[in-house]
Write a protein that binds this ligand. Structure first.
Ligand SMILES: Nc1nc2c(c(=O)[nH]1)N[C@@H](CN(C=O)c1ccc(C(=O)N[C@@H](CCC(=O)O)C(=O)O)cc1)CN2
Length: 300
C-alpha cells in the first residue's frame, strides 16, 4: 500500500479562504473587523517566525493584527498588565501568548489571565474544562486542525480506534477529547506506555505528538490506518551538506507511508493547519462576542 498524502498546506489555504469570506461578511453586514493580538516575549527564533506568520496571515484574511513584542526580561507584572489591557480592548477579539515563555514567567498564570472568551489558543483552564465536558469552548488550534483533516478524509469517525501518542495539555489531551467527542474509542499512550508498538498497531487512527524525531516506525502502523503526525523536529542532515538540518515528524514517514492508508507529511501537514485554525478561532470569538451566528465548519 502507498498512503494518500493529506496535504495540510492546501487544506489550510481552503480554511483561510472560508475565514476571509466570514470576515468580509462581518465587515459589510455588521461593520465589525475581527482583531487578533499576539504577544511574544523574548527572541526565540522559531517563535519569531511563527508570530510573523500569524501576523501576516491575519492581515491577509482581512482581520486586524496587533503584535506586542516584549523583551526577554519582561516582568510577570508587566505581562499581566498588558493582558489586562487587551482583555478590556473591544477591538481585540482574540489574544494569544506565544509559547514557550522565558523560564522566569509562569505560563499557567499568564494563560489563565486571558479572558476565556478571547483565548483563541483554547489553553485557559475554563476552556479546558468546557471541552472536557463537551460544552461550547475555544478549541486548541493544533488538535482542531487534526480533527478537521480527519473529518475531511473519513467523513464520520464514529467507532474508530484512535491512539494519541503524547499527553501534553496543548495537543495530546485536547486531541483525545475531540476524538471522543466524535465517538472514537480513544487511547492516550506516551513514551512510558508498555508495549507501545502493540497499542499503536491496534489503531485505525494514530495521532503522534510526543516530540521525538521519527519515534513511530512503519511496522507499528496497522495496514490502512490514518496517521496524523504532529511532530516538528529539526535534525542534522549531513547528506545535505555540513551543518545542514531538515525537519522530520514523530513518525518515520518513508516506512509508515508504505503501510498507512493516509498520512500527513512534515513539513506541510499539521503545522499550516495550526495557524489557519487560529484565524478560524478568532472569527468564532468575534461572532460570539457580538452575539452573531458562528461560522459553520470552522470549529469542533
Ligand atoms: N501560543 C501558542 N504557542 C505555540 C503553539 C500554539 O498553537 N500556540 N504551537 C507551536 C508553534 N506554532 C504556532 O504557534 C506553529 C508551529 C509550526 C507551524 C508550521 O506551519 N510548521 C511548518 C514548518 C515550519 C518550519 O519550516 O519550521 C510545517 O509543519 O509545515 C505553525 C505554527 C508552539 N507554540
Amino acid at each position: 500500500m502507498t498512503a494518500t498524502i493529506i496535504d495540510g498546506k492546501a487544506f489550510a489555504a481552503k480554511v483561510r479562504e472560508q475565514v476571509a469570506g466570514h470576515v468580509s461578511r462581518l465587515k459589510e453586514e455588521h461593520g465589525i473587523t475581527p482583531g487578533l493580538a499576539v504577544v511574544l516575549v523574548g527572541e526565540d527564533p522559531a517563535s519569531q517566525v511563527y508570530v510573523r506568520s500569524k501576523g501576516k496571515q491575519t492581515v491577509e484574511v482581512g482581520m486586524n493584527s496587533y503584535e506586542h513584542k516584549l523583551d526577554a526580561e519582561t516582568s510577570e507584572a508587566d505581562l499581566l498588565a498588558l493582558i489586562d489591557q487587551l482583555n478590556n480592548d473591544p477591538s481585540v477579539h482574540g489574544i494569544l501568548v506565544q509559547l514557550p515563555l522565558p523560564e522566569h514567567l509562569d505560563s499557567d498564570l499568564v494563560i489563565n489571565a486571558i479572558d476565556p472568551a478571547k483565548d483563541v489558543d483554547g489553553f485557559h483552564i475554563s476552556n479546558v474544562g468546557l471541552l472536557g465536558t463537551g460544552q461550547k469552548s475555544m478549541v486548541p488550534c493544533t488538535p482542531l486542525g487534526c480533527l478537521m483533516m480527519l473529518r475531511d478524509h473519513h467523513g464520520s469517525l464514529s467507532g474508530m480506534n484512535a491512539v494519541v501518542v503524547g499527553r501534553s495539555n496543548i495537543v495530546g489531551k485536547p486531541m483525545a477529547q475531540l476524538l471522543l467527542g466524535d465517538s472514537c474509542t480513544v487511547t492516550i499512550a506516551h513514551s512510558r506506555t508498555k508495549d507501545l508498538a502493540e497499542v499503536v498497531r491496534r489503531a485505525d487512527i494514530v495521532v503522534a505528538a510526543v516530540g521525538r524525531p521519527e519515534m513511530v516506525p512503519g511496522d507499528w502502523i496497522k495496514e490502512g490506518a490514518t496517521v496524523i503526525d504532529v511532530g516538528i523536529n529539526r535534525i542534522d542532515a549531513p547528506e545535505k551538506g555540513e551543518g545542514k538540518t531538515r525537519l522530520v515528524g514523530d513518525v518515520h514517514f518513508e516506512s509508515a507511508a508504505k503501510v498507512a492508508g493516509a498520512i500527513t507529511p512534515v513539513p506541510g501537514g499539521v503545522g499550516p493547519m495550526t495557524i489557519a485554525c487560529l484565524l478560524a478561532n478568532t472569527v468564532t470569538a468575534c461572532c460570539r462576542a457580538n452575539g452573531l451566528a458562528e461560522p459553520q465548519g470552522l470549529t469542533a
